[in-house]
Design a protein around this ligand. Structure first.
Ligand SMILES: Cc1ncc(C[n+]2csc(CCOP(=O)(O)OP(=O)(O)O)c2C)c(N)n1
Length: 342
């Protein structure tokens, strides 16, 4: 398993980024954690419908998204808010999506990120389709797709992997193996030892790495993106990580995993190891930590305000957000609703 930075913050390989960039990425992870904790807290106050926390998975999401160009495609899930935000999806719209507001699914036009997929696995096919389309247009744009260990048990995963390899699409398959698909543990999910080894069956490279190691994630994602961009086809990355919180705010993980396991993974905290590394290199102190926490928390607070200040959508929004040209079926449903008084 590839590792560059140990949980103690010590290097066991060549760092892929310099200290200023490491500070930037560390700050992004701090921001992501603040957002995640805030979203969890306001859900408990009934201000979001439900929320899927990603605490523990910040390095996997921030490190992999950091290697993309701004116009690359990203197709991710309900747990990938940090990756989506890195690629330009505003925090407020990620929150709005958790209230059922239509605006939550419509990022600005220049953001090439699809709304988060709730259907497990289905979105990987979209990433392959997007990458294939870009290839047919001779563009260098690639598509990255995020999914969990559970999603690899879906037929869609296998179809997406096979098609991508056969047609050399510029797709990066980024699996966050966070050990659980709700209450189903990893070994109940697959009979193979790793997810990365499945890549061989389709004819693409597979990489298994420490998903709590920002540097390992960044290095491998960069390689995979370069390969995709240069027309050499897809890569499967398995980032071994852990979901420290519940599956969603309506789940009780104490029913299927023990506290000791959670504590073991807490000691591998992806933020803490980068913080230690920066500290060892005289690039971290408490004052800076307080400063970035203050600024990022203000940004998150503002996003909550913006999300909660959005006007309730009118019923037309239900029909307008799916197709550029409405289908006859949708028009029929719209007039039916109007005739019933909206
Ligand atoms: C096709 C489909 N089947 C079942 C579900 C219910 N469901 C929601 S999340 C989930 C577990 C997914 O686990 P994994 O892919 O490992 O991602 P994680 O939630 O751990 O990030 C399931 C079974 C769903 N949303 N879609």
């Amino acid at each position: 398993m590839l590792q560059i930075l140990t949980p103690e913050g010590e290097l066991v390989g060549e760092p892929p980024v310099d200290i200023p960039m490491t500070r930037k990425l560390y700050r992004a992870m701090v921001a992501a954690r603040m957002f995640d904790r805030k979203a969890t807290a306001i859900q408990k106050q009934g201000r979001l419908a439900t929320y899927a926390p990603f605490e523990g998975q910040e390095a996997a999401q921030v490190g992999s998204a950091a290697v993309l160009r701004p116009d690359d495609w990203m197709v991710a899930t309900y747990r990938d808010a940090a990756a989506m935000w890195m690629q330009g999806y505003p925090w407020e719209l990620l929150l709005a999506g958790r209230t059922g507001h239509e605006r939550g699914g419509s990022p600005p036009d220049y953001v090439n990120v699809l709304p988060p997929s709730i259907t497990v696995g289905a979105h990987m096919l979209h990433a392959v389709g997007l990458a294939w389309a870009e290839r047919l247009l001779s563009s260098e744009r690639i598509a990255i797709t995020y999914f969990g260990d559970g999603a690899t048990s879906e037929g869609d995963f296998h179809e997406a992997m096979n098609f991508a390899a056969v047609f050399h699409t510029g797709t990066v398959f980024f699996c966050q193996n966070n050990q659980y698909a709700i209450s189903m543990g990893f070994t109940g999910q697959t009979a193979t030892e790793t997810i990365a080894q499945k890549a061989g069956a389709y004819g693409m490279p597979g990489v298994r790495l420490d998903g709590n190691d920002l540097f390992a994630v960044y290095w491998a994602a960069k390689k995979a993106v370069e390969r995709a961009r240069s027309g050499n086809g897809p890569t499967l990355i398995e980032a071994v990580t852990y979901r420290l919180g519940p599956h969603t705010t309506s789940d009780d993980p104490t029913l299927y995993r023990d506290e000791g396991e959670v504590e073991t993974w807490r000691s591998r905290d992806p933020l803490e190891r980068v913080r230690r590394y920066l500290e060892i290199n005289d690039a971290w102190d408490e004052e800076w930590q307080k400063h970035i926490e203050g600024e990022e928390s203000a940004v998150v607070e503002r996003a909550v305000q913006l999300a909660e200040g959005l006007r309730a959508p009118d019923s037309d929004a239900l029909f307008d957000s799916m197709f550029a040209e409405p289908t006859s079926d949708l028009e029929r449903q719209r007039s039916l609703l109007e005739s019933e008084g909206g």
